[in-house]
Design a protein around this ligand. Sequence first.
Ligand code: NAD
Length: 492
Amino acid sequence: MFSPNNNENIQECLNFISGKWEFPEEKLGQIISPFTGQILANTYRSKKTSVNSAVLSASKSQQEWEKYSYRERAAIFLNYRKWLLENLIDLAKIISNECGKLQNEAKDGLLKGIEILDYAISIQNLDQLARMTVSKGVHCEYRREPLGVVAGITPSNFPAMVPMWMFPIAIMAGNSFIWKPSEKTAMTSYYLALGFKESGLPDGVLNIIQGDKETVDILCEHEDIKAIAFVGSTPVAKHVYTKATSTGKRALTLGGAKNHIFLMPDAISELAVDGILSSFTGCCGQRCMAASVLLAIGNTQNIIDEIVSKAKNFAPGKDIGALITKQSLQKVEKAISEACLSKEQILVDGRNPKVEKEISQGNWLNPTIVDHVLPNSILAKEELFAPVLSIIRCKSIEEAMHIENANPYGNAASVFTSRGDIAEFVTLNAKAGMIGVNVGIPVPREPFSFGGINHSKFGHGDITSDGGLEFWSNRKKVTTKWFQLKNQNWMS
Ligand code: NAD
């Protein structure tokens, strides 16, 4: 695949406007490999001129794009699906390099993105809006209409999957889309746009604007952008929601998380060990669906012992990826030391793991497990975004539920049990938008939509599947009558 590298073989993270690559206004920083500490890319900040030009291009192209039928749009999407699958391994390498996850994890993220592309392709068959005879000679129908120019702002931890939660459905619905990737992982955006262009997407329907918070604010303030979706940390999700809605935009902003797992003594050991271990270590703990608090109810020691024994044998770079930046690593190490733990509490200490010489400059933290954590400890309350599992010992499921319910977030909660009544109790009472029963990362598979509650989401509805379609479109309600009947009133 062609890549926009400069003479020093460093990628330039450019804007993509009207199908052309352009330098944004200001140099911003660099993307440093989480594995090796090498410079991978230069990043840039877009100012008003670039944003205005992207909105203008999107607006012009949208007027043509909305005239395409679903079937015509789907034909382009099918080409794109083929392109993504043909380039899957190369794309996974790029994603892995810039954000530190293992290549197979990057590949899984892409496949989940393609699942949403599949949903978008099937909208032509799924979205059969109602038409009814509502009274004699009178019909009501729904028609779906695009909003116009819409935008998506995405986080660093899933450079392909999270944007693919947004732009396939938004574009299939007939909108033009402006994507602002994370400045920490902006390299992947180039390839996703290149593939869509090569698949036949008309220029201007997908545009990329690089930048950071300043660029986000310009997007939020722009009068011609009709809707903004955001995924990232809770404080920024709140800020974007407030700013975007204050200028009359539709907004859906997904925030951070602190997810809990209820572990019962009757849990199916094999499922619990694998589910809990992979939940807090996958993507090096940098997932909004990762569980980081284990509510161990009663005697679950045999399961905890097995998790501990497996967690001690992780090889950095092979069994676990790296943290995204040096600052993230320092933040977690500080949180662990500030929690004032005794030696006995740290069942597994993943700090400063042994690594091969060629990856010695990487941001490594092996799985870390801390026992007897108090519910008000920083480890139990804050989103660390790292492979750290805090165990809170509980006497009863009610006590555990009280702890889970007190947390302000609401993305996911899981229970490991062999009892249906316990599973139902957790499903009914946990304050989270996505529940797992013997599943550590309860990400719904399409066409079940993705979305949390409380401080994990601001705005109404979910981001994928029918939630996404509702968000990125308007329903027009049409009432039709072609002839006058005798003695007819509006209810006949
Ligand atoms: P982040 O909030 O730092 O950045 C997200 C986006 O916001 C980026 O594009 C960034 O440029 C922009 N941004 C950063 N600071 C800003 C500011 N002050 N004003 C305006 N825009 C700003 O998040 P991150 O570190 O890139 O990603 C990790 C976070 O995302 C975690 O909290 C994680 O839980 C969350 N996340 C949530 C979900 C979900 O579905 N709820 C999914 C993935 C990640």
